[in-house]
Design a protein around this ligand. Sequence first.
Ligand code: MSP
Length: 482
Amino acid sequence: MPAQEKFYITTPIYYVNDRPHVGHAYTTIIADVLARTARMAKKEVVFLAGTDENSQKTVDAALKAKEEVKNYTDRLAAIWKSAWETIGITNTDFIRTTEERHVKTVAEVWRRILEKGDIYKGTYKGLYCVGCEEFKKESDLIDGLCSEHKTKPEYIEEENYFFKLSKYRKDLLQLYESNPSFIIPAGRFNEVKKFVSDGLEDISISREGKNWGIPVPGDPNHVIYVWFDALINYISAIGIDEWEKHPADIHVIGKNIIRFHAVIWPAMLWSLGLPLPKGIIANGFFTVGGVKISKSLGNAIDPLLLGEKYGFDALRYFLLREIPFGEDGDFSYEKFDERYTSDLANGLGNLSARTFTLAEKYWFFVDGGDIDAEVQVKIDSLKKEVIYAVEQFKFHDALTLIWELIAFGNAYLQEKKPWAPDAIDVSRTVFSMVVLLDNVAAIIAPFLPDASRKIAESIVWDASGTLRVKKPKILFPRRDMR
Ligand code: MSP
């Protein structure tokens, strides 16, 4: 048997200064859809998620919570890990940047880059935003404030180690030129190209006199800059040798962290003599009621509470369906209710309930073999389009197409009225809808895994090719949502 093709996919590692909100869940769910899709294509999937813990934000949050930092990070990391389990994320590994495997790899990476001559000591004079964990230029600010956090960055003047990022400017431009799908969506890719062609400076990669973080090898008075450490998680989870053989296929990230992944990360990998990830995809941002989701505003929506109320399939469906991949959009309970009722309860739920009720009633007719050609054609063409949409990361289009098939099914039943006393072709009508649902179950599997499984388990072809059906429990109960 030929070796299984590998597929390595990652999410950002999230800061532990906060609990997961719908925005974090969104990025993670996108990665999960791709991981599940790759498994369906029989690939051997390594799917990495994790937490970014060596940040100043962690210390500040622990202080605020009046907890010892280590205890605090352990507690928060456990919250993140179990959140993904509850949501049904199928990550195969979960990395914490305070783990030994990571700390060791980071030290090794530092040594190699130093040996290569790409690290030097200098003085950093400038601004730093702890919210972003990013060095800032005056030109990045709006009215002197960080555009994202609306806070005044601190001025720092300290001895730092620098990474020779500017050295890789030409290579980066060439990479972008020769690999037009390295970053998706294209609009964001153009921003990166412009940023790099406007000129690149070396970056500071250490902080002096901080007592939280990974110490600079041989100079424990400094800790490694959190982003320099964080990016390396993608390697430390699998090991340097494994990365050399099979680097990440896809890094799934949000639009706000593209520069780190598309500029600094490739340069670090070149310096290490290691291969680059094959691609980076960046989602847009959810706002809530038009406002940025933020801890301080207290408007963060808890994906676990939403999932408990509506089911995690509904959460996945809403997030992926609401905004086209790469664009920004808004979250609201009203829209969530609306989609739940119209698309899930009335759309898929209704088609499933009607079809299985009929199939149970007429099951002795429904012995396979004869599907309405019109239905078959519809299934085949939509399936192809869905696969194409997912390949293009157009999850929103994929779901729109699948729901076209579902709407077609509901309209078909309405037209044929197999329940009417004078109905003709009852067996064929019902059988066609069972086959349609069987196909819907297969194509929604990466998106709505629970509903997919429930439908698929209700349709059994026995050894003689006879179809047995068993009505599943209500997929999406109608309810007063809040
Ligand atoms: N720790 C860094 C990432 C290091 S990766 C080597 C970080 N962490 S974070 O906790 O701030 O999470 C950032 C990611 O969460 C974003 O890039 C994005 O994927 C996701 N989102 C956070 N808020 C979001 C929205 N409001 N909407 C959509 N995605 C959001 O940055």
